[in-house]
Design a binder for this molecule. Sequence first.
Ligand SMILES: [Zn+2]
Length: 116
Amino acid sequence: MRPLDIQQIGDELAIKWDDHSESFIKLEKLRRLCPCAGCNGEKDIFGNVYKNPTKPYTPKSFQLIRLAYIGGYALQPHWADGHGSGLFAYDYLKRAAESSDADTDDAKANPANGNQ
Ligand SMILES: [Zn+2]
């Protein structure tokens, strides 16, 4: 699964996939689902998750500066607040786009992976 075309339309990304399906994902949701270690935590060999204290997002956190294509398997968004280390593998990106917004909120509200 690869994107044939990605366009920003307003505050959303429209992604056209090579199977001719289309996904839409809000930039804010994309940023909240950033899979980098800083946003999503890093696991040690015991499975403990180390995570930075939740950084407050600013309006700039959801402003996309540019998108980089990484090695034909992932997309790397660069955000206006300077963050840009998250690599969105295409299958992750598609699942993220297809997940409901409610799921996103649940994941963020769930303290199970939080700081200890
Ligand atoms: Zn991140």
